[in-house]
Ligand binder design. Structure first.
Ligand SMILES: [Cu+2]
Length: 152
């Protein structure tokens, strides 16, 4: 009798674990990232920026908490901000995307600051960038290395 109960509880517990994993995977499929690119830089430059459009179809607010890439030591979340007459970039803790909405990361606006490149960026190639969202969803995008204003 006691054994049956233990086995039954184990079944429930295992079921919950699987449900949790499925949920995270499901959310990942409802986070759509498009037009991901990284600004090509001369080899002597150690920092660059990455841009993309993130679409939120998860049904709740989406919070981007951090990002990372094998191509650089650090990735920071940045926005451009008016400071007097000039635009300055500023690090932010999170980027929030409302349910059903999207966020465009583009030059002179929100961007991922890619700091301390570990390899040269070759135009036309891609680097993988991992986006880490609140709740444990991770989305990996391949950002194309290119100069601004080339194609879309
Ligand atoms: Cu920046």
């Amino acid at each position: 009798m006691k054994l049956h109960r233990a086995v039954f509880l184990l079944f429930i517990f295992t079921g919950l674990l699987f449900t949790g994993a499925a949920l995270a995977q499901d959310l990942g499929q409802k986070i759509l990232v498009s037009h991901a690119w990284v600004r090509a830089m001369p080899p002597s430059t150690k920092n660059t920026a990455a841009y993309m459009t993130i679409e939120n179809q998860t049904g709740g607010e989406l919070v981007l908490q951090s990002a990372n890439t094998a191509a650089a030591r650090v990735v920071e979340l940045h926005k451009m901000e008016q400071a007097g007459n000039i635009m300055k970039m500023k690090q932010v803790d999170t980027l929030r995307i409302p349910a059903g909405g999207h966020l465009v990361l583009e030059p002179h606006s929100f961007h991922l600051m890619v700091i301390d490149l570990l390899m040269p960026l070759v135009e036309g190639e891609t680097i993988p960038i991992v986006l880490n969202f609140a709740g444990g969803s991770h989305v990996t995008v391949n950002a194309v290395i290119r100069k601004p204003g080339e194609g879309s």
